[in-house]
Design a protein around this ligand. Structure first.
Ligand code: ANZ
Ligand code: ZN
Length: 829
């Protein structure tokens, strides 16, 4: 009697068993090599989506594989649980953010368990719980003491309709996302983290991250945006200095105007009581409402006005008009630019639009640039011309010589500029970690002592659409006593950006049990587990989350609190899940719910399909047939093992010296599969090809059964094949392999087994030497796997680009004759 593959029963049975046995608990002994496998924790929005399932399936295979290969594995999970959606839910459904978040977390945890993931739930973190945010507040104090947390006025997005601050994401086309009012800028006191103090180290240490995708390192480098240049001081007619930042001082003789950022402090002074004053005011007001991104986008139309003043070029002595324009930003460089329209594209567009003169000062070799007819700036190098004493130099020499000259004359100095800004960390919101600061009339700004942490969020606040943070309206929260003098004080009502919560959670996981009550993390725990060996998550976090985590890691390192300078040794950014040509998303209406797939086919099928359908870093095209295919494969596996169960149970080991040719062949496939799957997972995360190797093994066993009658079958060999097959499939499909493992009579869990060894002799012995000929002449001899078909043989030889190159030598391929186990003759012309 054959039982059907009943995924529901099997999966819930083993999930319960594993939980009972504590199978995924992090080992406490430290004698084996450690492996810290981490997936980005989810925001608890309600339910898992397919992107999560993909992320967590990938991580789970890695964690399970590493356990089987003898590592102590830390594989934790938690929730990035503060943030605005909970507050919006509170407003629209009248449910407390904490309640909403807790119930979402409980639901998602159940979903994760039902996926068969191997997390150590004893190390769970939820950033919104006081036992966690107490330590986020502690982290704030560490940075504060180090001078890395400070307060200053900053322009924030402000909605007069809602009377509140908006994050950049809450500004849609310049309008408030909630009420549609035009968003303005308002200067408010805000907390910042001084990440710019680490700009150089964040940039330099990218070179340590060879296990990160090149693309992510480049994005981080661009975000940090280091540029070397010169700060050069022009002067107004009244002698006021206008320092400009330029990376192209070699173009100094090509300056035909100066542009100030509209908000530049000199603008008001230069236009005061002139005919330009009103127009300038109007222009400044208009530009203020534009975001920096829009202002500097190459798409945006350059716009500006002349403000009636002139400045003197400190090197050429020329006098040039002063303009203000949208494309110059106040907080980059000095907020002022020397306009060189012949050699800078933005300046070129601006000058053409407003009829400002162009002066060519860099002449490329072999072309004569004509300012009248140029259609774009010449931004490359060349020879310096029309440049007074510098004419005739190459522009590279000019860069140095002009800088030397400016420094000698005292009109400029070499400087380095970063695009990176300090991290604005305060939010005028409720659902975040309160900033642990009080303001005392006598003592000023006072940090809350560590012993008084956490500063708890009061549960009884009123959520109203708009208005300031509910904390600011909560009198009991605002009223505080000064920790220094005991006098009356006012509590800070801003909460922290949730990126702070997620910038240290990987450290929290390292520390377990009672230690968690005494510290955010302990030094022995982080010394053992850090850095994270493999981090897995979406490319959307390539810049901010990863940069912030790197910054916090370095700051903690400098405090001696941890011993690593970089948090994540290897990074894998998984591709998107695509359906019908678009990213799977609610707004596109092309969502397939994980619940539906797991309910219908089981978690093993869902995992197998997702891992088989594409390499992890590539986009994955959802396919219902693909899911069906994975399900059919597991059914085929089920029938195979249950069908053989009785006969192979208790069989011994095969005797290699007594195998027939056909048996040897099957055994070779078994051992080759072990090797291939191990290398595919361990060396390149090529889960798709690993899975297809297991499929071939299943086919090979069926082939053997077809060809060999029952009484002649080698049961030891079949037993070995079944056992190894289940072992190498265990990381992908943990439930069915566990069930079948037990059906084969094994008593302990398959997930406690070691990864099987392959016999190199068995794999290697079956190689044959073939002859490779060109037009019938012997060119070389080569070892290839035995018994390749003619097609496979041809593919093996010509599919190797180096070998193909060598054989063809630029000639044209006419035809290939391949004789299995003997030769490949390549006919060329
Ligand atoms: C003159 C010049 C001539 C420039 C030329 C470029 C090419 P990176 O490399 O990104 O640092 N710039 C300086 N401050 C600016 C501001 N606040 N807003 C907008 N643009 C600003 O860019 C440095 C260049 O960006 C500087 O060099 C300056 O233009 C411009 F043929 O100066 B350059
Ligand atoms: Zn005080």
């Amino acid at each position: 009697m054959e039982e059907r593959y009943n995924h529901q029963t099997i999966e819930s049975k083993w999930q319960a068993e594993w939980a009972k046995e504590g199978l995924c608990r992090t080992p406490a002994d430290q004698d084996r090599p450690k492996y810290y496998c981490l997936e980005m924790f989810p925001y608890p929005s309600g339910k898992l989506h397919m992107g999560h399932v993909r992320n967590y399936s990938i991580g789970d295979v890695v964690a399970r594989f590493k356990r089987m290969t003898g590592h102590n594995v830390l594989h934790p999970m938690g929730y990035d649980a503060f943030g605005l959606p909970a507050e919006n839910a509170a407003i629209s459904h009248r449910v407390h953010p904490g309640e909403w978040t807790e119930s979402n977390m409980a639901y998602m945890k159940q979903q994760l368990i039902e996926l068969g993931t191997s997390y150590d739930w004893e190390r769970e973190v939820a950033t919104c719980r006081p036992d966690y945010y107490r330590w986020t507040q502690w982290l704030f104090l560490v940075l504060y003491r180090q001078g890395l947390a400070y307060k200053k006025k900053a322009a924030v997005n402000w909605c007069v309709g809602c009377n509140t601050v908006l994050a950049n994401e809450q500004v849609e086309d310049g309008l408030c996302w909630r009420c549609g009012t035009q968003v303005t800028k308002k200067e408010l006191e805000q907390w910042f983290f001084r990440i710019t103090a680490y700009a150089d180290r964040l940039l330099e240490d990218l070179s340590l991250l060879q296990g990160w995708p090149e693309r992510v390192r480049t994005m981080q480098a661009n975000w940090i945006g280091r540029s070397e240049g010169l700060e050069l001081t022009f002067r107004t007619e009244d002698g006021d200095p206008i320092p400009v930042f330029t990376t192209r001082q070699d173009t100094i003789f090509g300056v035909s105007y100066i542009v100030l950022a509209p908000e530049h402090p000199l603008v008001a002074k230069l236009t005061a009581e002139t005919e330009y004053e009103d127009e300038a005011d109007r222009f400044v007001a208009k530009i203020r409402s534009m975001s920096d991104i829009d202002r500097t986008s190459t798409e945006t139309e350059k716009e500006g006005i002349f403000i009636g003043a002139y400045a003197t070029n400190p090197i050429s002595g020329e006098s040039v008009p002063i303009w203000i324009a949208n494309y110059v930003l106040l907080d980059y460089g000095t907020g002022a630019v020397m306009g060189v329209p012949a050699h800078d594209q933005r300046d070129f567009e601006f000058a053409r639009k407003y009829g400002l003169p162009l002066k060519v000062v860099i002449q490329p070799e072999g072309v004569e640039l004509d300012p009248e007819t140029m259609t774009a700036a010449h931004t490359e190098g060349g020879l310096m011309v029309n440049s007074g004493p510098f004419s005739g130099l190459s522009n590279e020499q000019g860069l140095e010589r002009v800088a030397d000259f400016a420094e000698k004359e005292g009109v400029g100095r070499r400087t380095i500029n970063y695009r990176l800004r300090d991290w604005l960390v305060s939010r005028q919101r409720y659902w975040g970690a309160p900033i642990p600061i009080v303001y005392c009339e006598k003592c000023g700004t006072v940090p809350v002592p560590e012993s008084e942490l956490p500063v708890l969020l009061p549960p009884d606040v009123e959520f109203r659409p708009g208005g300031e943070s509910p904390l600011a309206r909560h009198e009991g929260f605002v009223k505080a006593t000064c920790p220094t003098c005991g006098g009356p004080a006012r509590r800070e009502t801003d909460t922290m950006d949730t990126f702070i919560c997620s910038s240290w959670y990987f450290l929290r996981y390292t520390t377990a049990g009672a230690d968690r009550e005494r510290a955010a993390f302990t030094r022995p725990a982080t010394d053992y587990w850090m850095p994270v060996d493999q981090y897995i998550g979406g490319i959307e976090h390539a810049v901010l989350h990863l940069l912030y985590s790197r910054f916090i890691t370095k700051a903690l390192y400098d405090n001696g609190l941890i011993g690593v300078r970089e948090p994540f040794t290897n990074l894998l950014t998984q591709g998107m899940v695509i359906k019908d040509g678009a990213k799977m998303s609610k707004s596109k209406g092309n969502v397939v719910s994980p619940e539906e797939i797991v309910g219908r086919y089981g978690a093993d099928t869902a995992r197998l399909f997702i891992l088989f359908a594409a390499p992890p870093e590539k986009d994955l095209d959802w396919s219902d047939q693909g899911v069906e295919g994975a399900y059919r494969f597991l059914n085929r596996l089920w029938r195979l093992v249950t069908g053989l169960r009785e006969t192979v149970r208790g069989a011994g080991r095969p005797d290699p010296s007594a195998l027939t040719g056909r048996e040897k062949e099957l055994r070779r496939i078994v051992h080759r599969t072990i090797r291939k799957v191990g290398e595919d997972i361990g060396e390149r995360f090529a889960f798709n090809t690993a899975i297809s190797a297991t499929m071939e093994l299943v086919n090979a066993v069926y082939g053997y059964l077809d060809q060999v009658p029952g009484e002649q079958r080698n049961l030891e060999l079949l037993g070995e094949a079944m056992e190894k097959l289940l072992l190498v499939l265990a990381p992908f499909a943990p439930h069915i392999t566990e069930e079948l493992w037990h059906q084969l009579g094994r008593a302990d869990s398959i997930h406690l087994q070691l990864w099987p060894d392959y016999d190199p002799e068995v794999v290697k012995a079956e190689e044959v030497e073939i002859v490779i000929q060109i037009n019938g002449k012997i060119k070389r001899r080569q070892l290839v796997p035995a018994d390749l078909s003619a097609d496979q043989l041809q593919e093996t030889v010509l599919g190797d680009p180096d070998l193909a190159e060598e054989l063809l030598g630029g000639k044209q391929l006419v035809k290939v004759i391949a004789v299995p186990n003997k030769l490949v003759n390549v006919v060329v012309r």
